[in-house]
Ligand binder design. Sequence first.
Ligand SMILES: Cc1cc2nc3c(=O)[nH]c(=O)nc-3n(C[C@H](O)[C@H](O)[C@H](O)COP(=O)(O)O)c2cc1C
Length: 702
Amino acid sequence: MSENFPKLFEPFNIGTCEIPNRITLVPMLLEVAELDGTAGDRCIAYYTERAKGGVGLIQTEVTRISDWTGCTGPRQLSVTSDRCIPGLTKLADSIHKEGSKIFVQLHHPGRQTYQLIVMVWKLSDVVGRRWNGWWKLFFGMTKYFDYFEKPFLHKIYPRTVSASGGIPANLACSPIDETQKVRALTHWEIEKLEDEFAQGALRCKKAGIDGVQLHCSHGYFLQQFISPYTNHRTDEYGGSLDNRLRIVKNIIDKIHVLCGPDYPISARLSADEYYRMFGYDVGYTLADGVEIAKKLESYGIQHLELSCGTYDCMNAWCEPTSFDLGWRKENGKAIKEAVSIPVGNTGVIRTPEQAEKLIEEGYQDTIGLGRPLLADPYWAKKAKEGRSNEINRCLSCLYCLESMMSNALAGGLPGQCAVNPRTCNELEFPLEPAKVGNGRSVVVIGAGPAGLMAARTAAQKGFKVTVFEKAPKVGGQILLAAAPAHKYKIGWVTEDLETQCKILGVDIRLNTEATVDNVKELAPAYIFNATGGVPITPKIPGYDLPNVYTPNQVLDGSVKFKNKKIAVIGSGMTGLETAEYLVDTGNKVAIVEMADEIAPGTWIQHKVDVIPKLEQAGTEFYPSWKLTEMRKDSVEVQNTEIPERFKNIPCDAIIMSLGVRPTGLSDDIKKIATTIDVGDAIKSGRIASATHTAYRAAMALK
Ligand SMILES: Cc1cc2nc3c(=O)[nH]c(=O)nc-3n(C[C@H](O)[C@H](O)[C@H](O)COP(=O)(O)O)c2cc1C
């Protein structure tokens, strides 16, 4: 028994398969497989890293069971033919060598796919699986015909299938195009897909994979049958709960026939579809979830990995940072009390302390971790060794999902983690970088995420690192981003880097501005310019009035408002966060945005998270309006579509949220040693651009 977190490190069984501890990697598609769906070196390295980090059970990403209708991403794993077996065998062997177990998540997306992905995959398959150029050619072309704005191909290629056709997708939040045609499967097609699930399971068994998981969650194909919202069939696959579950039961029976009754089968189940959270009175609730769980157990499912929601309610199953820790733990408890098989659950579980308590208090048997194991694959090992303070915590910033989806559409590159640049790049960057520093000095100027990442990485490489930070605290812009209520997790990135830097002996000098003298004194071999950015304040008439402020002044508390009407100019993430902070502190807000939509370029999940809250607080939105003048009591704006139209918006104060420009570092300091700009010192960006530019630059130090 482990001394630290004894419950977490207790073994458990899924049928005949013994799992060494309660920590499970929940499935996550990161697009690390090969373009033909096989497990190549990058995929094996990604999963093996998590096994090395002490995870008991690795559950793979959505793994395709049908090439014809079931594709969901260009680089997802596949079990559609025997050519997938050698790669899976290598993967299973690699995981077993680390003492962990591995289940493959068998998946079909149903209506939740881009028909286009299916079509292009098919084309590339026909032309030759080994020629990756198809993807590149196709995705290169999409740039020119602006496909995603005008999805004409969706309409002419109705390859998307489901239990029923004609049910709108994209109710609340989904990157799926709701206009694509979906058709109901015929009876024989359903039977064929059941067979394909079972054949996929058999290939897994042949490859030495320990078990399979049926993906009955996130509104994918099997949930489309289970949910009364998406299943309107009148045959034996629709109507009663037994009928809606028939496809799952048949698949289980067919797996038992092909793989034997002992081959372990788990299910990912949405405990509650949560449509109501987003204002829609459809779908099923937890009470139905409990009944579904009981039926699944009676059919032979031996482990439930709970999740929730559907693609339409994406923020429920892959939460933005505003969601509370463990907010859906009651789902686990209700289902655990109704079944006798082990029940796992996710729901913003971020620390071993929280996880141990969830098991101890009977909320769940196993701990599902997704993003936390992207942020820190060594989460379990550190917990076991009593080093949980060293864990790099996940911020729930959603960069992984956003980058995975946009990279997939841009040519099949893997997703990335904002706080761990090694994730999906395990082959490129060793865990322990070569110690080339030999005690030489490195100076880092600025202790934001870029500065601290550069400092930590340089220290890992054997440099003696000193960080100058003129503020009394580390964090830089992160302190502002973490200021609104419910955004505190964003602050973890610099808190955790600070802890790791201190353990590595980095000298962090707070309240200390870098000067030529104090930098020279350290005789650095390299200087990192991580001085970040300053708000852009263009000289629009009225810019120097006393009622004009920057977001920094609001978010760092240097100006405070109460019962005021504030105009926020610019609706990027900082503008939205500032607006949120202002309404939370009792003000009314008007948001002015030059583009024709609020928060242009912002990932959909953030918009769905913040905009309804702002709407509820009575916020006025002015997309397509450009600021022309600021006054003591109002702002004057001009319509960008009809330039003759002007409007006056009354307000007490104005916040200019128009981005940041690099702060700049004096040439005299730069002359002291080779100076490398990182993060916002290069160009205004997100947390990921700060940490990734810094990590790559520090890893390249000679
Ligand atoms: C990038 C990404 C990809 C995901 N892909 C899958 C998937 O393939 N199958 C699945 O069941 N869930 C998938 N999920 C959901 C996760 O398994 C998990 O339920 C969710 O991230 C919430 O848990 P967490 O806060 O521990 O990350 C994905 C989540 C992310 C962030």
